[in-house]
Design a protein around this ligand. Structure first.
Ligand code: R5P
Length: 293
């Protein structure tokens, strides 16, 4: 029996696209929310011994419960192998206790996921001080992919002379890789974070006059990191600032924040479904799911 893809709401189309490439079937998981927001999860009738669950774990709290309900139900149906394709993996930031008694969410959620599924495929997880996802999600076959070659190809296809800029030291890994593929010069700014929404950016000393800058980051959340960087770039004479990111988390006012800072183009991969999606991960994901079949 061939494997089957089960898609969660919000990811039916992406899952279907990947299933078509792999020539396997895709089926929608139905989720009903009761008035008090409890979730009723209904799986398709058993289609295969190997099920690939497809959902990104942005805004994760409800989704994690729904994933738990789906996985436990799948096991009672006799499904032997469960693979989770979560292009955006949640709770990866908090990798240590910064203040006493703080939960180390990364370890807790990581271990919990490893008890639910056999394989995890994800894209550019936000790991700060941890090198390998295997230390976070033990006993699971973890496949970690990167979207940076696709971002690089996208920038190359623009056929423009651009300078790539990462807004903080952490972004160096992504900017460097995108720059190699798009053959663009690059540099990295310094960021000081004062709170969830207040960041301060210090630009590297370069002549920005009349430059077309593309900001590269893994995640856009409140949008303040890239917005503050863009404001400084325009003050320093930049002609145009665009932004490209892998994960379009975009909290409530993020798009306004970016538009108010005069960022011209906002592009993202479809790791998280969003109106800025321009770069499809379907071939990258399909190619790697294939190794599990
Ligand atoms: C930080 O470490 C990440 O790479 C992003 O720069 C950050 O998550 C962006 O957050 P925000 O959009 O809220 O400034």
């Amino acid at each position: 029996m061939k494997a089957a893809i089960y898609t969660f709401p919000g990811y039916h189309q992406q899952g279907k696209n990947v299933a078509e490439i792999l020539n396997i079937s895709s089926h929608e998981i139905d989720i009903h929310h009761f008035p008090d927001k409890e979730s009723l999860v209904t799986l398709p009738e058993k289609k295969s011994d190997h099920v690939i669950l497809y959902l990104s774990l942005d805004y994760p709290n409800n989704k994690l419960i729904e994933l738990l309900l789906a996985c436990k139900t799948a096991r009672t149906q006799g499904i032997k192998r469960l693979s989770l394709v979560a292009p955006y993996l949640c709770y990866m930031r908090q990798d240590k206790s910064f203040h006493t008694e703080e939960a180390v969410s990364q370890h807790i959620i990581g271990r919990w996921l490893s008890e639910l599924v056999d394989d995890i495929i994800t894209v550019d997880p936000h790991l700060h001080r941890i090198q390998s996802l295997d230390t976070v999600i033990p006993d699971t076959n973890n496949i970690v992919l990167t979207a940076t070659p696709l971002l690089g190809e996208f920038i190359k296809s623009l056929n423009k002379t651009v300078h790539l800029l990462g807004p903080d030291e952490e972004s160096l890994q992504w900017v460097k890789s995108v720059a190699e593929i798009s053959h663009s010069p690059y540099s990295v700014a310094t960021k000081t974070r004062h709170s969830d929404t207040r960041v301060e950016i210090q630009l590297p000393e370069i002549d920005y006059h009349n430059q077309h800058i593309i900001l590269i980051d893994d995640v856009i959340s409140t949008g303040n990191t890239v917005a503050q960087t863009a404001i400084k770039l325009y003050k320093s004479g930049a002609l145009q600032v665009d932004v490209i990111a892998t994960h379009a988390l975009f909290t409530k006012d993020a798009l306004d924040t970016l538009n108010n800072s005069n960022i011209k183009n906002i592009w993202s991969s479809d790791s998280i479904s969003h109106s800025t999606n321009q770069i499809s991960l379907k071939h990258l994901l399909a190619q790697n799911i294939k190794t599990l079949l």
